[in-house]
Ligand binder design. Structure first.
Ligand SMILES: C[C@H](N)CC(=O)SCCNC(=O)CCNC(=O)[C@H](O)C(C)(C)COP(=O)(O)OP(=O)(O)OC[C@H]1O[C@@H](n2cnc3c(N)ncnc32)[C@H](O)[C@@H]1OP(=O)(O)O
Length: 128
């Protein structure tokens, strides 16, 4: 089954709440881009996100964190493609050391997990 990954740094523009906390919706935006890549790889089309069955926010995300979002197609229907997603924090700022210090985490921290389904209509599927 297809897999995809993107990595992105959360900026001050992504910070929305006190203490530079990032809105959880940002993780769903990353999953939308991962899903789109999965559909392009599987079907040659961007497809459409039909819905999420489950979304879990497991740890807070802050401006300056590097987030790795991964996804995988786990089952293929007629036009539906079921996917699972995980977002992990892989680098964090260390303002306690100085304003530009950062650490690569020895163990990534899972910040969000989700399951959802996308649809590529039959007439748009270009890979069989
Ligand atoms: C990933 C993208 N590149 C990015 C985005 O899409 S972001 C924008 C958010 N999404 C949208 O704007 C999509 C809006 N929705 C739609 O256009 C339609 O609802 C749809 C195309 C997603 C589905 O069309 P619809 O006519 O309702 O579908 P059906 O013909 O009934 O079903 C088609 C298959 O999809 C399965 N399915 C439908 N809804 C769901 C659901 N909520 N959860 C799980 N599965 C769903 C349905 O069972 C059909 O499956 P099979 O063809 O039998 O495999």
């Amino acid at each position: 089954m297809e897999k995809a990954m993107i990595r992105m740094r959360m900026s001050m523009h992504d910070a929305h709440y006190g203490g530079n906390l990032v809105d959880g919706a940002k993780m769903l935006q990353l999953f939308g881009d991962v899903a789109t890549e999965l559909l392009i790889r599987n079907d040659g089309d961007e497809g459409l996100f039909a819905g999420y069955d489950k979304v879990e926010f497991k740890a807070p995300v802050f401006a300056g964190d590097y987030i790795e979002a991964v996804g995988e197609i786990v089952s293929v229907g007629n036009s539906s493609r079921k996917m699972v997603f995980e977002a992990r924090k892989v680098i964090i700022p260390r303002p306690d050391i100085n304003e530009s210090a950062c650490d690569v985490l020895d163990e990534p921290v899972v910040v969000c997990r989700a399951e959802g389904t996308c649809v590529v209509p039959k007439d748009k599927q270009r890979r069989k």
